[in-house]
Write a protein that binds this ligand. Structure first.
Ligand SMILES: [Zn+2]
Length: 113
């Protein structure tokens, strides 16, 4: 299988968005985006791709197992439109001199302008 390059790919997902996970063990889960890295093309989604890590005790932490979400490729999720609640592709539209994201299904502007 050929791997598609993620370099220079524009991530249209933003922090705070709700996304639907398309693959992996959290498939079909809807969750909030915690952070986006445009350099790697990866995003961190709340409760998705979580790994358990054994943490040694420190001065402020008594030690034990902590759960940490690992970044996943932005292409593995789909934005859930806040208007129609459907997973959708994102289009870009000009609103005045601003580029805004629009839902391809209901054509509503996703971003708060
Ligand atoms: Zn919509």
């Amino acid at each position: 299988m050929k791997r598609t390059k993620v370099k220079n790919q524009k991530i249209r997902i933003k922090k705070g968005d709700t996304v639907l996970v398309l693959s992996g063990k959290n498939k079909d889960k809807k969750a909030k985006v915690l952070s986006v890295s445009t350099d790697t093309g990866k995003i961190v989604v709340e409760g998705v791709n979580v790994v358990k890590k054994h943490q040694k005790p420190t001065r402020n932490f008594q030690g034990g197992i902590i759960e940490k979400p690992l970044p996943l490729f932005a292409s593995k999720v789909m934005l859930v439109c806040p208007r129609c609640s459907e997973p959708t592709r994102i289009g870009i539209k000009l609103s005045g001199d601003k580029r805004v994201r629009v839902c391809k299904k209901c054509e509503e502007i996703v971003d708060k302008v």
